[in-house]
Design a protein around this ligand. Structure first.
Ligand code: NDP
Length: 310
């Protein structure tokens, strides 16, 4: 019986993914969701935000691959099939995310926003550079992307701290875990980088009270999901100066509506949810590898736990 892999995404290139996967999966027929001839033969689905009821057509599904690292939109669905779910995980995606985080942290650590403002006023504005070791960078979330970014920041000489659910060990990063340590962690972060998945536990985690625990004037970088933060509280904190600067790639509503007050704040840098993307050239091997593992009766890698939410 033929095995079919169905590709469904409005955002990713089918042609590119097929060209990369076909040589790695010689026995598998790869098609788009509007080209399926025999739904019974569909064993694998590669998807990003499929329509509701999408999986019901495939009684013999064996694997669902989420075409990205964030699975919040997927795991909250009530129509998930009872098959392993994996996420895209590849070093190039981690590197791309780390480059965004490094850019944002370095920009603050080197006071670049102050020079940008001074330049607009034709003003020579000397600020003595700080040593990176004097800048405490807190990374919330030490998963595949968070740990990569934390290690890159440590390599730059920053005083890097990381927070996760379970205990972690990362070279050059002081790691703490669990809710009990969160308040102290926030208090010790001159620059906070949010790299947590959006789950029931993390939704609204950074509310007005927790944002008030950051040192006054702290810098805030969010590259995970907007709803991890109370966006109104963040806006208020940016206006009051409790938070000095923010780099925001994600928002509770995307696209960020034109009337949103964040657009007009001089201390905010906004990017349209592109800190990192799934990179087919490096991710295709990992997707194919999981399909081959299933064929050999082995457990898949990078599996998502829908109950945990990531
Ligand atoms: P992972 O799932 O690999 O890791 C998540 C990390 O968060 C883990 O360290 C986990 O702890 C920690 N965590 C989860 N829940 C809690 C909690 N309740 N308390 C404390 N720590 C918690 O995620 P990634 O690193 O791969 O990615 C992070 C997020 O980045 C994604 O979920 C996605 O939303 C976002 N993303 C954004 C992109 C963009 O372009 N802006 C692109 C790609 C991803 P533990 O290690 O103990 O499990």
């Amino acid at each position: 019986m033929t095995s079919t892999l169905v590709f469904q995404s409005q955002f990713d290139s089918f042609t590119e993914w097929r060209a990369l996967l076909a040589p790695l999966l010689p026995g598998v027929h790869i098609c788009r969701d509007d080209e399926i001839e025999d739904p019974d033969s569909v064993h694998y689905v590669l998807t990003w935000k499929p329509p509701h009821g999408f999986f019901a057509r495939f009684p013999n599904l064996k694997l669902l691959v989420n075409l990205g690292a964030g699975v919040d939109a997927l795991v909250e669905r009530d129509d998930l099939p009872a098959v392993p779910i994996t996420r895209v995980s590849d070093p190039d995606m981690g590197r791309m995310m780390a480059s965004y985080v490094l850019f944002a942290v370095l920009r603050y650590a080197r006071d670049i926003p102050a020079f940008e403002r001074a330049q607009r006023e034709h003003r020579w504005h000397y600020l003595h550079p700080r040593l990176p070791a004097s800048v405490r960078v807190g990374v919330l979330g030490l998963g595949e992307l968070g740990s990569y970014a934390a290690l890159e920041l440590a390599r730059q000489g920053f005083d890097v701290r990381g927070w996760s659910r379970s205990p972690k060990q990362l070279d050059g990063v002081s790691c703490v875990n669990g809710m009990d340590s969160l308040d102290g962690f926030l208090g010790g972060s001159n620059i906070l980088v949010v790299m947590l998945p959006l789950t029931e536990q993390t939704r609204g985690l950074l509310d007005a009270e927790r944002l008030a625990l950051l040192p006054k004037g702290a810098c805030f970088i969010n590259v995970s999901r907007g709803a991890v933060v109370d966006q109104q509280a963040l806006t208020d904190a940016l206006i009051s100066g409790q938070i000095g600067e923010a780099t925001l790639d994600v928002f509770d509503r995307e696209p960020l509506p034109p009337e949103d007050p964040l657009w007009a704040l001089d201390n905010v840098l906004i990017t349209p949810h592109l800190a990192s993307i799934a990179i087919p050239a490096s991710a295709a091997r990992q997707v194919a590898d999981n399909i081959l593992r299933l064929g050999r009766g082995e457990a898949v890698l990078h599996q998502v736990d829908p109950a945990r939410g990531y």
